[in-house]
Design a protein around this ligand. Structure first.
Ligand code: NDP
Length: 315
């Protein structure tokens, strides 16, 4: 067990954390970034990215995160593979403890722990996770080549995943609990124009059906929420795409958060309720949730940390 000391301690290594690291390192603050359970964050479970500015051609999410990590390290960031299990922000310097007992001590902290996929909460969903039930089409779609799958949700993620899955599956059923989608109109048009996709409206998954593990999913019982009628849908895979939950359990009772667990920052800034602790990326953003907005707030957090260090005369 060892102690790691830094002026800027960054928790989480998605676009927010890595951008904060790049800016902090270039300000000679020698930041430490603790990568967390999913180094690179949610971008590592996407494939094609065509909305991150600076790349004329389509790039891959994992590649972009690799580049960001290398860039952060090249300018002087220490990148450490560890997961924080406890924090003490009651006094400065702030302390975070890794799961192996290592201590990370920072004059400032940037929380960029991101968010993760939400599940339906059915026992049968839990039973078949990894055996036909997934929350990441781009990770697992390949396993359903020539098969039939369903996607649950009506947002951009669900629509994008349904379209993506048509690259592998012969038929994709999108199941949505309402009569209209929440996704952007352009994405909706692509969905409706795709002959491999069928949309089932006003419906919810009642139960995931299968042949036990490891045989996996064979179907789902789909309930029309208006009529109560339950129909059997034959599928080999079910993709749950119903939004995300911020990774903030660690900060309960420590940092102010909203009713959904997103960290609250002062309007237009990355400042949390504790001076010297900043939040950036999806952990504090339930609206935009883009890699580029996460990177932008990561930059803001590093600039604020630099200012905080200067104002407090920290050497
Ligand atoms: P959203 O919160 O936007 O959508 C979640 C969807 O799941 C909604 O349609 C919601 O239904 C449905 N849902 C929620 N809970 C349940 C439940 N328990 N059972 C059944 N359905 C449920 O999440 P997304 O992950 O789609 O998107 C998150 C954010 O990321 C958004 O801001 C989105 O625009 C953005 N995004 C942008 C992309 C892009 O620009 N390329 C790609 C992907 C995401 P209801 O409609 O009834 O609320």
């Amino acid at each position: 067990m060892s102690t790691h000391r830094t002026k800027v301690l960054i928790l989480g290594s998605g676009p927010a954390g890595l951008t904060a690291a790049i800016y902090a390192a270039r300000a000679n603050l020698e930041p430490i970034i603790v990568a967390g359970m999913q180094p690179g964050g949610q971008m590592t479970i996407t494939t094609d990215v065509e909305n991150y500015p600076g790349f004329a051609d389509v790039i891959q999410g994992p590649w972009l995160m690799e580049q960001m990590q290398k860039q952060a390290e090249n300018v002087g960031t220490r990148f450490i593979h560890d997961t924080i299990v406890k924090v003490d922000f009651s006094k400065r310097p702030f302390v975070a403890v890794g799961d192996g007992g290592d201590e990370y001590v920072g004059d400032t902290v940037i929380v960029s722990t991101g968010a993760q996929a939400r599940w339906l909460g059915l026992d049968s969903e839990q039973k078949y996770r990894g055996f036909g039930v997934s929350a990441c089409a781009t990770c697992d779609g390949f396993f359903f080549r020539g098969k039939e799958v369903a996607v649950v949700g009506g947002g951009n993620t669900a629509v994008e995943e349904a379209i993506y899955l048509t690259n592998h599956a012969t038929k994709v059923t999108l199941i949505h609990r309402r009569g209209e989608l929440k996704a952007e109109k352009i994405a909706q048009k692509r969905l409706f124009d795709n002959p491999k996709i069928k949309v089932v409206w006003d419906s919810a998954i009642d139960e995931v059906v299968g042949g036990g593990n490891p045989a996996g999913v064979t179907g789902a019982k789909v309930k029309n929420v208006k009529t109560g009628a339950v129909t059997d849908l034959k599928i080999d895979g079910l993709f749950v795409a119903i939004g995300h939950t911020p990774n903030t359990d660690l900060f309960k009772g420590v940092l102010d958060m909203d009713e959904n667990g997103y960290l609250i920052t002062q309007a237009g800034t990355p400042r949390t309720n504790i001076p010297g602790v900043f939040a950036a990326g999806d952990v504090q953003d339930h609206i935009y949730r883009q890699a580029v907005t996460a990177a932008g707030t990561g930059c803001m957090a590093a600039l604020e940390a630099d200012r905080f260090i200067a104002e407090h005369g920290i050497k």
